[in-house]
Ligand binder design. Structure first.
Ligand SMILES: [Zn+2]
Length: 330
């Protein structure tokens, strides 16, 4: 099988192409924009400008909050809320989308973080029958249900931010998640930010949002066009280990035990299982390739992690499958 000589991604990866030297389009894009992506001082400045603009706009709007942050209880969102509230002195509204997949671990982390962070928090749950239908439809059609959470989480974030005149939404996507399918600067951070839901989803789905809109099944809140979505980790280089250590030291955060990936969501194993079935590779494949490109790990290290994921998730227990299908009602 053909593999990129630099990052190790193979020919089955989404929209991958190779040049005559055997280097993939994603590596070539990265190489071209490397200096910009690693200029930490310039990125920090860019971020601070966004923060100041949001504070000013919130003041003009007489809004109670400067930004809304999606809060899952996982390390990334907890870390961001801490930094925005303490370092950047922002008035943060933490927003949790309750999808019915949260684990006790996630719930305990949310409760602990909120007792230390001193921010307002709302939990939102949508009509469960509609949500289940969306999960089961996407599971059947695409073997991918994470997109349902992603869309709803951001749909309601935009709606709440709009209703409460909050000018900025900050999300906790990792740099790997942001850049995993980036081969142009179009609506990709830190190059460009988006001001509406559809452009924001372009970052994640890369063109699929066009299809989704045409199908009429996905609504994109066309009237909301002035809320800036910002990915914190596009402007701040912090490793997973640094994030976890910081939270342990500062708020007594608990590390997940024994599971890889999203310990705050019990459907994560199912998402991995389906990714391996559909694409032949685990969920984190593209994310880790970004870290290889950035020189943060070797191809061998990434392959070792992916091999572990493959081993852990290529088969699931009947119990785990049943628990998932019971939740989505199939
Ligand atoms: Zn590559």
């Amino acid at each position: 099988m053909k593999k990129c000589k630099k990052c190790g991604l193979n020919e089955t990866y989404t929209k991958i192409t190779f040049d005559e030297k055997g280097i993939c389009n994603y590596c070539n894009f990265y190489e071209k924009h490397k200096s910009e992506l690693h200029d930490e001082a310039a990125l920090e400045l860019k971020f601070q400008e966004k923060v100041e603009r949001a504070k000013e706009k919130a003041k003009e709007n007489k809004a109670k909050y400067d930004c809304l942050v999606g809060f899952s209880g996982g390390k990334d969102s907890t870390y961001i809320i801490y930094q925005l509230a303490k370092k950047y002195q922002m008035r943060v509204l933490a927003f949790t989308f309750d999808n019915g997949f949260s684990t006790q671990y996630g719930k305990d982390n949310i409760a602990n973080a909120l007792s230390k962070l001193n921010v307002d928090h709302i939990t939102f749950s949508m009509n469960d029958e509609i949500l289940r239908k969306q999960y089961s439809m996407c599971t059947k059609m695409m073997k991918n249900f994470c997109s349902v959470c992603f869309h709803n989480m951001h749909y309601y974030s935009y709606l709440f931010a709009h209703q409460n005149k909050i000018p900025m939404i900050v999300n906790g996507r990792t740099i790997g998640q942001i850049l995993q399918t980036a081969d142009s600067t179009d609506r990709i951070e830190p190059f460009e930010t988006s001001k509406n839901l559809k452009d924001f989803e372009h970052q994640m789905f890369g063109g699929l949002e066009e299809k989704a809109e045409k199908s009429g099944k996905t609504e994109y809140l066309k009237e909301i066009n002035d809320i800036e979505a910002v990915s914190y980790f596009a402007y701040h280089k912090v490793s997973e280990e640094e994030t976890m250590r910081f939270l342990e030291e500062n708020i007594g955060w608990q590390r997940p035990k024994g599971v890889s990936g999203h310990a705050d969501c019990f459907a994560h194993a199912m998402a991995e299982y389906m990714s391996i079935q559909k694409h032949g590779h685990p969920v984190r494949t593209g994310e880790l390739a970004v870290l290889v490109r950035m020189g943060e790990m070797s191809i061998e290290e990434a392959e070792e992690i992916l091999e572990k994921d493959r081993k852990n998730f290529q088969e699931l227990s009947l119990e785990e499958k049943e628990r998932f299908y019971q939740r989505i009602g199939v």
